[in-house]
Design a protein around this ligand. Sequence first.
Ligand code: ADP
Ligand code: DP6
Ligand code: CO
Length: 323
Amino acid sequence: MSKTVTARAHTNIALVKYWGKKDDELIIPMNSSLSLTLDHFYTDTTVTFDSQLVADHFTLDGQSTPVSAKITRVIDRVRTLAGITTPARIDSINHVPNMAGLASSASAFAALALAASQAAGLDLSLRDVSRLARRGSGSATRSVYGGFVEWQMGHDDTDSYAVPYLEHPDWDIHVLAVVVNSAPKAISSTAGMKRVVSTSPFYPAWVEQTAKDMVTIKQAITAHDFTQLGETAEANAMKMHALNMAALPPFSYFSPDTIQILDAIAELRRQGYECYATIDAGPNVKILCQAATKDHIINYIQGLLPTSQIYSATVGPGATICE
Ligand code: ADP
Ligand code: DP6
Ligand code: CO
């Protein structure tokens, strides 16, 4: 039996989104992306390669759960790299709602890649852990690192990985996750982006625009320019969601509450409380803001949507082994 290893990885929020694959198997993206790792949401995953097992076994939050194709891709790759055929026991705890557009797949597969590679006796570089996590879920590529992280799209398995852009930003930046619905979404990220790539007439424009947004957002981070960061992130998210509405058949992750929060953010800005929205594949809105206005923004949104849950996050760390 191999050693038992537990790893923790945090989710990340993309400020320039990954939305579309060039290669579905290896998860090579159509565009580079940039995210901020968050301290509040994370996954702990424990892996043991155990010759007593007849097949891989997975539990999520204590419940025996079918081993997904995404998990198999990561574990099979680890076995190939380690030269073993032993089945794995994988136990994972999400401190993030599953499949609600809060990037559970990002923390999940970054934690799995780190725990499984170590359990198999591999001592991969963080770059190689990032490449391994990518095979589980694209957004997980970035969760290997803390702070602001760039996923350089590359061309193939060897050069598509994340690099830290600014790992320890000495910057007052907060992300409020407004959860209006934590139920699993109807269209997974994987399915949504696949439909968009093959049917959305605006897709070529998206690829062009994100390349420009990458340049602008990096400038904003380097200059600690919160306004430029927020404006770029919000516009990038809206462009992504516009692709979905233009797909065939069209779809949207927005709910009426999503729109209400977007309107509230515009109103808060008019009142001088600077904040910006970004939205992943789900109805929940993440608000970028700074310490001085954070409490006012929380109270305002909570007053508008009393049943919503608002979580306050800031910069989070990279993936680590739990001793
Ligand atoms: P999200 O917005 O939560 O990232 P996705 O559409 O990417 O939603 O779907 C999440 C995927 O990650 C699903 O396939 C789900 O089964 C998987 N997943 C979530 N948590 C874990 C975990 N802790 N370990 C393994 N797989 C997980
Ligand atoms: C909107 O990483 O969940 O959150 O690679 O198919 O697992 P798969 O998709 P996933 O997609 C994330 C999409 C996004 C934007 C982002 O995180 O960059
Ligand atoms: Co995901």
